[in-house]
Structures are given as C-alpha cells and as structure tokens.
Write a protein that binds this ligand. Structure first.
Ligand code: MLT
Length: 262
C-alpha cells in the first residue's frame, strides 16, 4: 500500500511505464472489489485502486464529503503519482466520481469506463432513501445497513452460487465506520447531474452493466451510452450491480478488448 499526503489508502500493481488504469469502487465497498480485474490486468497495465475517503482503509476524517471533494482526491492522486492520461474505471458511486472528473477536466484522461452507474442526480425519492439509510445507521449501525444494502447489489443466484465472494465483500463493507458511510450517502444525495456533459465526451468510452442490475438497470445505462459519441455498451450476463465481481470473465474480456484498442 502507498499512502499520499491526504492519507488515502492507495494500491498500485503492475508495470509503472505501462498504461495506467485507475479503478474506483462503489458504495459501501472498498478497493478489493476490483481484485479480479487488478489480478488480470497487472501483467500488461499499471493498475491503481484506492479506498474512497471514509471507506475501507482510508480514514473518515470529519465525514463532510461531497463528490467534488472525491474528485479533488482523485486529481491529487493523479498529480502526486504523476500519472499520464490514465484510463479511469468507476463503478456506481465510483462512476459518479469518474464522470464528474471527466466533466471537470477531460484532458487528464485517456479513456473512460463506466460500470453500473448513471449520470442523473438523485431525485426526491432518492434523497429520501439516503436519509432513511442515515437513520437506519443511527438506529441499527453500519453492519445492519450493509447487510440490507449489499443484498440488493447482487443477482439473486450469486449469493447461493458464490457464497465466499459474497460474504467476503459483505464483511468488508461492514467494517467501514458510520461517519464515513453516512458521509458518502450525503455526498451522493448532493451530487450534480452530469447528463448534459455526455454528448461532449471525446475520449473513448466503454459502458458495462449487469443484466440483472436493479439499482442502475441496463435500460438506464443504454440510454446513457446512446448520448455519448462512439461509446460501446456491454451487457454483462449473470450479474447484478456488481458486474466486475459477479461475472469477471465477461467483464474482463470486454475491458481487454476496449483497452487494447486505445
Ligand atoms: C454504489 O454501488 O456505489 C451505490 O449503489 C450507488 C448509489 O447508491 O447511488
């Protein structure tokens, strides 16, 4: 693990003089959700994953987060590590960060990979659901919140067929503290809408979505891909919201095809 001056937990593998891919995890997970991608791509790429402030091994601080602040953290990583045109790959909340980072400074990036995410900001019902999440954490703790939330993230069969993978990711998400988890809920509720930037994206873009994703369903992601010039869309079979973990074979193959064309 390398940490940089803002105390984020950052993990680097692979060859530094190769194309860099930065993997940004979803909520309420940590960098380990990308293990199957980092293991697969580290031979030919420089792979960076990190824990978003307040989750995994990154300290929570005061929990006063915004997606803008998360983008500042990402830009700090790029600057500190002197990364040249990294490809950015974000899932769900990681996708909100990636998309807003590209909107703020597209020149920094060589490619964009968006997984199980969306460009729209939370509507009123979405904000109320975040508020209920915070209430649930206050009443019952992060563990109970994570048990309920993570179960909705995977396809029904995944829990039965891949018990170990499921409980590993669930148990890791239970370990983040309440300050960090609630801070992320508030940051997501307050995020901006990036839809109007989609037609302006010039860098190559790949969008992937689990066919059984109920949180950011395939029709939402297909509509998003339609708005981005030359974007590729891949539907990942036998997967819900955590497509890189639930069907890493199809996911990695699609990524590989995209990355080798850059
Ligand atoms: C995630 O996986 O990051 C979350 O589902 C995002 C969200 O709750 O909007």
């Amino acid at each position: 693990m390398n940490t940089i001056n803002n105390n984020l937990a950052i993990f680097q593998t692979g060859t530094e003089n190769k194309q860099t891919i930065i993997f940004i995890h979803g909520f309420p997970f940590d960098h380990k959700m990308w293990d199957k991608q980092v293991d697969y791509f580290k031979k030919d790429f420089h792979c960076i994953s990190y824990d978003i402030r307040g989750l995994g091994e990154s300290p929570a601080g005061d929990g006063q987060y915004t997606i803008e602040g998360f983008v500042d953290d990402l830009f700090n990583i790029i600057n500190e590590l002197e990364l040249k045109k990294p490809v950015i790959c974000g899932l769900s909340m990681g996708g909100y960060i990636a998309l807003r980072a590209v909107e703020r400074d597209e020149e920094k990036f060589g490619g964009l990979i968006l997984c199980d995410t969306k460009a729209e900001a939370d509507n009123n019902q979405g904000k109320i659901t975040r508020a209920n999440g915070i209430k649930e954490i206050n009443l019952n703790g992060v563990e109970r919140f994570a048990e309920n939330f993570v179960a909705k993230c995977v396809a029904e069969d995944f829990i039965k067929k891949h018990k170990n993978d499921y409980y590993e990711i669930l148990n890791r998400s239970k370990h983040s503290g309440p300050v960090g988890v609630k801070g992320c809920l508030l940051a997501m509720a307050a995020r901006t809408d990036t839809t109007s930037y989609l037609p302006k994206i010039k860098i190559p873009a790949l969008l992937l979505c689990g066919e059984m994703d109920t949180l950011t369903p395939p029709d939402v992601m297909m509509a998003m891909a339609d708005k981005i010039n030359h974007a590729e869309f891949v539907l990942v079979p036998d997967a819900g919201h955590l497509s890189p973990l639930e069907n890493s074979k199809v996911f990695n193959y699609a990524l590989k095809k995209f990355l080798y064309k850059l």
